[in-house]
Design a protein around this ligand. Structure first.
Ligand code: EPU
Length: 453
């Protein structure tokens, strides 16, 4: 009897301990660890108007670029997404003062930066944290930045960023989950990138803005967000030429202006996502606040699929009144077909008439979404960097997982055009890069809701 009582007492203690541990973990993480999913009822033909926000990949570079300024600047058309929030959060940790004027506009005061160190708990939440290296190195000649995170798309080395910093005269060390770069003096030089890299182009440009003399970077990336970062820096007093061509020349300046205002360029990838949603759903969508010229590689493919495009100054109408035809795609740096639209075009090809091939030339692991689409009835065979899409007549709703940001956007399109119900999990990936995505789709007629489990 005594033994039974002792056992009961132990059991109660163990249960209490388990409860306490669980409660502690829950309290610790409840703010960050949301179990949300999107529930989409297909099948919908999208129609109407949608407005595009500022570009994620420009905003997440321009925000750290404000560290080059010893002053105050106002950024407008900033997308309200989690990658922007975390960028702002890190800058505040470093001593910046951020005042939000409206949902998409804030003023940032970088006069009292007191730290050049950004720890891994925040830098690992997104890829663009590596821009802190170039920006802090440029202004303070020292940066200690935790390893970057971002979508798992295969190996994501930063050897070209480091090569650029070193050629400018910095000492760079990578150890214990952080990258440290420091220099007494940065001297302009000639840098040839071995790989066309968006991140390395922007990061080296940031580091060179306040260096002595002229830096020339050859074989650079030409994406619209690179031009936008250069435009921002020039607005603030930098002397950068050639952004958008193969060679960027930066004449170092002593100091940037202490005041300025800049509006972020519209998001090329969000624009493309809605263009492809219109084609996939055989809908009719007009996309506002975009730059049609940035969409040339996609627009030509959409026409090849048999859909229609009408371009205006800052809007595009896309409509499709028959099953899209097969096309072949090879992803390439801008002005080629963007890798960040590959999963979304993959959804269209999964239901296209005929067999299409996608060749992914940027990332090793960008076909993870094809497994999810196959759960919905697609017939895709992905091997290495090539995937063969045997177009099927229709997709059917299923529980699926957003394997990364663009895969998540693609699976929303798949859910919209599929018959039945799709439950989409891991949607925090999507929130990193798309503002109010379900509201935008809902406005176009989709039956989509966010459910908190
Ligand atoms: N690469 C190297 N060495 C380097 C840098 C890159 O070998 O030092 C290789 C990469 O492994 C890859 C290729 O070069 O094969 C291109 O990489 P890049 O540096 O251009 O990519 P990134 O800067 O890491 C940005 C975007 C990505 C987008 C790529 C390509 C940001 C924050 N991210 O990444 O966007 O896919 O360029 O356009 O700008 C997204 O928004 O969903 C996204 C993944």
């Amino acid at each position: 009897m005594a033994a039974l009582c002792a056992f009961k007492k132990h059991l109660v203690n163990i249960l209490f301990l388990c409860y306490s541990v669980f409660d502690l973990i829950y309290v610790q993480f409840k703010g960050e660890f949301k179990l949300e999913k999107l529930v989409i009822e297909g099948k919908t033909r999208l129609s109407g108007d949608v407005t595009i926000n500022g570009a994620k990949n420009a905003a997440v570079a321009i925000i750290p670029a404000t560290l080059l300024i010893d002053g105050i600047c106002t950024l407008d058309n900033v997308p309200n997404i989690s990658d922007v929030k975390i960028s702002c959060d890190i800058l505040e940790d470093l001593g910046a003062k951020i005042t939000w004027n409206s949902e998409h506009c804030f003023t940032i005061d970088t006069r009292n930066i007191h730290s050049t160190s950004a720890p891994i708990d925040k830098t690992s939440k997104f890829r663009a944290s590596y821009y802190l290296l170039g920006a802090l190195l440029s202004r303070f000649k020292h940066a200690e930045v935790g390893s970057p995170g971002g979508c798992k798309l295969g190996a994501r080395p930063i050897d070209q960023h480091i090569k650029g910093f070193e050629l400018l005269g910095a000492k760079v060390k990578v150890a214990q989950g952080k990258i440290t770069a420091s220099s007494k003096h940065l001297q302009g030089t000639s840098i040839y990138l071995d790989t066309v890299s968006v991140g390395a182009t922007i990061n080296i440009m940031l580091a060179a803005v306040l260096a002595d003399g002229t830096t020339t970077i050859e074989n650079v990336a030409k994406e619209p967000h690179i031009v936008d970062v250069a435009n921002f820096l020039n607005t603030m007093g930098a002397d950068i030429h050639g952004a958008g061509t193969d060679t960027i020349k930066i004449n170092g300046v002593r100091k940037l202006k202490s005041e300025g205002t800049y509006s972020v360029v519209p998001d090329q990838i969000e624009t493309g996502t809605f263009m492809l949603a219109a084609v996939a759903s055989q809908g009719d969508v007009t996309i506002h606040n975009c730059i049609p010229e940035h969409m040339a590689s996609l627009s030509s493919k959409i026409v090849e699929m048999g859909a229609n495009i009408e371009e205006f100054d800052d809007s595009i109408r896309v409509w499709c009144d028959k099953r899209p035809s097969k096309v072949n795609i090879k992803t390439l740096p801008y002005p080629g077909f963007p890798t960040d639209l590959q999963p979304q075009v993959g959804v269209v090809l999964s239901i296209a008439d005929g067999t299409s091939i996608i060749n992914e030339s940027i990332w090793e692991s960008r076909f993870q979404y094809t497994g999810e689409l196959n759960k919905m009835g697609a017939n895709i065979n992905a091997q290495g960097k090539t995937a063969i899409f045997e177009g099927v007549e229709k997709l059917s709703g299923a529980p699926v997982y957003a394997t990364d940001l663009r895969a998540g956007a693609a699976l929303i399109i798949a859910g919209v055009i599929a018959e039945g119900t799709t439950e989409l999990y891991n949607i925090e990936h999507i929130d990193r890069g798309y503002e109010s995505i379900e509201e935008k789709f809902r406005k176009l007629g989709a039956n989509i809701k966010r459910v908190n489990e």
